[in-house]
Design a protein around this ligand. Sequence first.
Ligand code: NAD
Length: 269
Amino acid sequence: MEKKLENQVAIITGASSGIGEACAKGLAEAGASVVVNYPVPAAKPMADDVVNAITSAGNTAISYQCDVSKEDEVIKMFTDTIAKFGTVDILINNAGLQRDSPFVDMSLEKWNYVLSVNLTGQFLCAREAIREFLKRGVDEKRSKAAGKIICMSSVHEVIPWAGHANYAASKGGIMLMMKTIAQEYAFKKIRINSIAPGAIQTPINKDAWDTSAHLQNLLKLIPEKRIGQPEDIAKAAVWLASDDSDYVNGTTLFVDGGMTLYPGFVDNG
Ligand code: NAD
């Protein structure tokens, strides 16, 4: 297989499970040295399993603990990564979580917690990444771009979601943060895009697919009639990180089996 990300270094946040894990494996397979980020000591064994899978396949990875909502920890993760690997070429801003609640009962703590990880975490990591991209500039031996950022958004950057106002607000916020910084730094050859997954089978949405009744209900929302797999997202992430997408900047790629096609209208509404 052609190693489209050879000689490049990638940080993938929230990479000890789900979509982040698949992206870490996909980018490593494409030749990148990857930092498998996890938030708390309890997640270290899972992150180390991901690292072991990557290194046993002959590729390069390390695990790294950092809570993306903490400024000092994010700065340290970038400083340590640059000290170890020389630079950072790719950031997959993937870490995210849900704390659902009817809106009228939503505590400020739940609101702030989701926003601090899903949106502020992406801001902090993107800022450190762009600082490094600007310092290094383009190195044609690595990539046509000075750096690439992929923000993990959601179909809920456009689909309202009752009972999940904090989550939907965080994803809507990611959309305009991504577009704004893409506009701000395109002239420096920095590419910033989002992936908006539909329903992907991971721990975050286990309640939606853990029984066949739940799964059948979910499939009503998906024209392709299958739940997505983390690898569906990883393939899109590898493409967006590679020079194959060199002219793609400031856009959201929906990888959702058609979830955003208003499936309720298939029989004319
Ligand atoms: P997941 O729960 O497996 O992954 C989320 C990861 O984020 C976990 O590994 C978790 O440890 C990590 N994380 C949480 N808080 C963190 C913090 N403060 N610092 C660093 N890491 C932290 O679920 P997933 O589905 O793989 O989610 C990954 C991303 O994809 C999220 O941003 C999520 O919103 C998005 N997404 C998922 C779906 C889906 O259907 N699964 C759909 C749309 C968007």
